[in-house]
Ligand binder design. Structure first.
Ligand code: GCV
Length: 705
């Protein structure tokens, strides 16, 4: 009886269960195209794919999934009168080959129409894969092909996700469940999620993944784990994705039985050469090493009185014979160096510009401190013309509210990429450092610290899928606009209905600034709770390292607040070009978003708005709260355009965000208010509790540490 009842309930619930969208399909929803035009439907009817290999099978599969989703039909694959031709340029008949662009490079593609055919061509199978994904994305957006079609190729060579995933499957700064790498089941079990991960990356043109934490465990380099890494590399290969591993600098001691890891020691050099050879036996196309050294307790060349270049070069020599590269992080700083943390990486790396091997690329975080909600660009960009530099963005939201705070990060990435370094005069944007054009770099790259985990929707917040997407798009083309990225992502992920697309785009494009408003406006930085960085902690002080406290950065007292990085302070400003020193050093010229980053100012400092600093700070916090509340209203109005599952999920996260924005506002204003001694300006709501209450909040077991 009970069994029958359950069966009946299950049957009744089936339609609801089927319509539930858990977000697993990301931006590859391939939802039905309403009222498809003839060109759309015809294009996927008969497809000719030249040749056979695993990547071409993936292309075939993708076309099947898409056609099924768009039109409920499957293409037939045939060479007879195809509507869509997918072939390498060298395989095209000459009348079509002559129409194909000559500027495709290794990974680019050309999609064009000729008579009644659409052609996707490229110089490599991965170019064909990228072209296929692009065509399907254009179809989903209902964008007809123009006369010239689409010619596109990546502007950056190495487009790599960095997973801070540990071997026990915890993820440092990961907020979406556990690591998707199930080491215990590898190498024999290849989880479907690995393939779906590779597919999602390929759809954006991401071509590399560093699968282990930069706070590295040497065990990954032992045969036990190499066999597992090999299985992952094999799974990713047909998607055009190379595998990288993080190398712990002290590995020769920890797993090699040597007494030193000195990069000038012959036995150590040989150990790395042998290790590299061994890795390439498992993974013939191994991408190379990603290294964090001499930073936050990680071992490195400093332990032996050597430079970063000497450390990097030893590893570069080891992988060089096999075509590997070394991505050496510039995130080098120490609590024992008495200088402003902001200045340390520059001081360390600029003097050794040009000393790195040609297969080393130095990986630099977007800002000089640490992925704050807003930072001016890192002064290293532009300052190392003889050493290739790559960008490191953080996709996971360590300092941006973790998984529940909606913050679309493309505007933040774009702000940094489009900032002018003035290094070769006006027009020397950071993006030109990254695409290599400013200094003619022979290597280019962009890394994104991944936000994916075992959560069914991959990224915790459904909208944080957009940050993975945005990173991929900007790694492909650092000049892409956040507005286009947002619009495309919405259309691919939800719907093309304008009544949905426009308000959601607006909400997304404003969301990063909203978070800055309620967390760290006007250049305030690093005032998060200690260690896990979840929630406010402007009172964080003391402990082992001053540079991990809030008071180090805000310097609040009765006299005012801010970090003086001008001549009268740490003079970190001198690391930028004179144009920027002049602009950012001058209180009349500095953009207010960087005000307290570079200046220590009295609470009564006059702002452009006419408000005093204290009032302006308070009003920014209130603005952030108001915006978070407004988002809830906007989202509620859009209910009819979204499936129930994602609607409710996003709504509940937005409610958490609005509540936590209040928490931020109240805690921070109470704390700084002790020093300003000034009342809250009109329009700012009084705090709900006293300062002690906020200081005693202690969230247990916050994920990500
Ligand atoms: C992987 C910050 C984070 C650390 C991270 C480090 C880094 O300090 O808090 O978790 O370590 O950056 O980028 O190496």
């Amino acid at each position: 009886m009970i069994r029958e009842l359950f069966t009946t309930i299950a049957i009744l619930l089936l339609p609801i269960m089927l319509s539930a969208n858990d977000g697993y399909k990301l931006w590859l929803q391939y939802y039905p195209i309403e009222n498809p035009q003839a060109w759309q439907q015809d294009m996927l009817k008969k497809v000719s794919i030249a040749g056979e290999n695993e990547t071409l099978d993936i292309i075939k599969n993708e076309l099947n999934i898409a056609a099924e989703g768009f039109f409920g039909q499957n293409p037939s694959f045939s060479k007879e009168n195809p509507s869509l031709v997918i072939a390498l340029k060298e395989q095209l008949p000459s009348y079509l080959a002559s129409k194909a662009s000559s500027k495709l490079g290794e990974e680019g593609f050309h999609i064009f129409s000729s008579d009644n055919q659409t052609v996707i061509t490229a110089n490599s199978q991965f170019g064909l894969l990228y072209g296929t994904f692009r065509l399907l994305q254009e179809m989903q957006k209902s964008n007809p092909l123009s006369e010239t079609g689409i010619v596109d190729s990546p502007k950056v060579q190495h487009r790599v996700l960095n997973h801070w995933d540990n071997l026990d499957r915890t993820v440092e700064r990961g907020y979406s469940g556990f690591s998707i790498w199930n080491w215990h089941r590898l190498p024999r079990h290849i989880d479907q999620q690995y393939l779906d991960y590779a597919r999602a990356n390929a759809s954006l043109g991401i071509n590399g993944t560093a699968i282990t934490n930069v706070n590295a465990n040497a065990l990954i380099l032992t045969p036990y784990y190499l066999e597992k890494a090999q299985a992952l590399a094999d799974a990713f290969r047909p998607y055009g994705i190379k595998l990288y591993l993080t190398a712990r600098f002290s590995s020769p001691i920890e797993i090699g039985g040597l007494e030193t890891a000195d990069p000038q020691n012959e036995a150590v050099k040989q150990w790395w050469k042998d290790k590299a050879k061994e890795i390439y036996e498992y993974i013939p196309d191994f991408g190379g090493f990603l290294v964090k050294a001499d930073s936050e307790g990680q071992p490195g060349p400093h332990n032996y009185g050597r430079t970063q270049a000497e450390g990097a070069n030893m590893l570069a020599d080891a992988v060089k014979p096999f075509g590997g590269i070394v991505m050496w992080r510039a995130f080098v700083y120490s609590e024992n160096t008495p200088d402003d943390r902001h200045k340390q990486a520059y001081n360390e790396f600029v003097p050794i510009d040009g000393e790195f091997r040609e297969n080393v690329i130095v990986q630099v975080k977007n800002g000089a401190i640490d992925f704050q909600p807003r930072e001016p660009f890192h002064p290293l960009f532009g300052a190392m013309p003889n050493t290739p530099l790559m960008m490191e963005f953080q996709i996971t939201q360590e300092y941006l509210g973790h998984d529940t705070h909606l913050a679309f990060l493309a505007p933040m990435y774009e702000e940094v990429l489009k900032e002018d370094t003035y290094i070769n005069g006006e027009g020397s944007e950071v993006a030109k450092v990254i695409d290599g054009s400013l200094h003619n770099y022979s290597l280019t790259g962009m890394a994104g610290v991944a936000n994916v985990g075992t959560d069914r929707n991959w990224t915790g917040h459904h909208f944080h899928q957009a940050n993975w997407y945005a990173y991929g798009k900007l790694a492909w083309n650092p000049w892409e606009s956040s507005e286009k990225i947002a619009e495309d992502w919405i259309k691919l992920t939800f719907t093309t209905e304008r009544e949905f697309v426009e308000p959601v785009k607006k909400l997304m494009l404003n969301s990063h600034e909203m978070v800055v408003n309620y967390m760290t406006p006007l250049g305030i930085h690093h005032i998060m709770a200690r260690s896990h960085h979840y929630g406010p902690g402007p009172w964080v002080t003391g402990g082992g390292r001053a540079d991990w406290t809030s008071t180090y950065y805000h310097n609040a007292s009765e006299k005012g607040m801010g970090f003086d990085r001008t001549l009268s302070g740490s003079n970190a400003l001198e690391q930028y070009t004179p144009e920027l020193q002049e602009k950012w050093g001058d209180l009349d010229l500095v953009p207010e978003k960087f005000l307290l980053w570079f200046h220590h100012l009295p609470w009564e400092h006059q702002m452009k708005s006419g408000n005093i600093l204290w009032d302006e700070i308070a009003l920014h916090y209130q603005k952030g709260v108001n915006e978070a509340r407004e988002n809830i209203k906007t989202w509620k109005n859009l209910e009819k355009h979204v499936d129930k599952y994602r609607f409710e999920h996003v709504l509940s996260f937005m409610e958490i965000q609005a509540e936590e924005a209040e928490w931020w506002r109240d805690a921070v204003l109470l704390y700084f208010g002790q020093y300003s001694g000034l009342p809250l300006p009109e329009g700012v709501e009084p705090p709900k509790h006293n300062l002690e209450y906020y200081m005693n909040i202690d969230h247990k077991f916050v994920p990500g540490i």
